[in-house]
Design a protein around this ligand. Structure first.
Ligand SMILES: Cc1cc2nc3c(=O)[nH]c(=O)nc-3n(C[C@H](O)[C@H](O)[C@H](O)COP(=O)(O)OP(=O)(O)OC[C@H]3O[C@@H](n4cnc5c(N)ncnc54)[C@H](O)[C@@H]3O)c2cc1C
Length: 289
């Protein structure tokens, strides 16, 4: 792979990085693990003058609990997400999703910020982040704003981020321990293949563990922008998890995915596969509770 010429810029200070982006953001591309960016550079899809490294900035690392939320630095790798004791306890659906990504090498190098920033509909952390009601802290020099994750994406590979901005933090909801969850995924191969479709599910059961108090469902790879399947979630609310109810909710997900998108994204033949995947995810979540 032949890379175009660019200047590689690296600071250990966030302020210096933001200062550089304030002046040269429109000619720059941010890089973290580089597993997506290097491919785009190699294919000539982008030709920035500057590639600005984030990996040396301390403030962008780490996973911390703040009350009922968990703060994740954008340069946290997928290996760290998959292995984090905090996430495995309070947001295990994200650890599970990250564990599916690529191969050990890709998981060691690829970051959560890069997975979001690349804005691929197949990004495996995104459905999990959607069911965790995630939001992003976006910063530029002297300014910060918080946005819900779904509002970050404009269309595949396009985000609301301006050239001088970056994702400084990902905040997710802390789930009560033992909340039912599942992340299911279909790919041609188990390793080194992006998801053809995926779904993240979180189920909050009532005190007796008999009825679903609240359900959250977010599919991946089947809509151009990430969505929560609100109508399917409503079908499950307050219900016992009978086969009939689960199948109705799953059918609603595949119908809604077609409505949200078009048949280019989710051809008719994929509908039963998505329905089956959702049924599997809900049953798996209930069984592993
Ligand atoms: C062989 C292979 C297999 C893969 N398999 C999978 C898979 O199974 N599932 C999956 O989801 N992905 C997969 N990927 C894609 C990729 O590894 C992930 O998307 C990874 O998380 C990208 O992270 P990164 O740090 O390498 O991003 P980079 O390549 O560094 O950056 C990606 C994009 O995000 C932007 N960016 C990075 N950090 C920030 C930030 N903090 N703020 C704003 N923008 C930012 C960059 O400017 C760039 O546009 C695979 C890639 C390869 C090469």
């Amino acid at each position: 792979m032949i890379l175009p010429e660019f200047d590689y810029i690296t600071f250990s200070s966030l302020d210096d990085t933001l200062g550089f982006l304030a002046g040269y953001g429109d000619e720059s591309k941010i890089v973290a693990g580089g597993t997506d960016l290097m491919i785009k550079l190699g294919h000539g899809e982008i030709k920035p003058h500057y590639v600005v490294n984030l990996l040396d900035i301390q403030e962008l690392k780490g996973i911390q609990v703040h009350g009922d939320r968990i703060s994740i630095g954008p340069t946290v790798t997928h290996t760290e997400l998959a292995g984090s004791p905090i996430l495995r306890k309070f947001a295990p659906v994200l650890s599970q999703g990250a564990g599916f990504i690529g191969s050990p090498q890709i998981r060691n190098q690829g970051t959560i910020g890069g997975n979001i920033g690349n804005a691929s509909p197949a990004a495996d952390t995104v459905p999990a982040l959607m069911v965790l009601n995630s939001r992003l802290k976006i910063i530029r020099r002297g300014e910060k704003r918080w946005i819900p994750l779904a509002d970050f994406f404009v269309k595949p590979h396009q985000t609301v981020l301006a050239g001088d901005e970056l994702i400084a933090e990902i905040e997710v909801e802390k789930l009560p321990e033992h909340t039912a969850f599942s992340f299911e995924r279909v790919a041609r191969r188990r390793a080194l293949d992006i998801a053809q479709m995926s779904v993240a599910v979180v189920l909050f059961m009532d005190e007796k563990g008999e009825r679903i108090r609240e359900a959250r469902i977010a599919p991946g790879s089947v809509t151009p922008r990430p969505v929560r399947m609100r109508e399917a979630e409503r079908i499950l609310h307050g219900q016992r998890a009978s086969d009939e109810v689960i199948e109705r909710a799953a059918a609603e997900v595949s119908e809604r995915a077609i409505d949200e998108t078009d048949l280019q994204w989710l051809p008719e033949y994929k509908k039963p596969a998505l329905r089956g995947l959702v049924i599997r995810a809900i049953r798996d979540a209930l069984e592993r509770r």
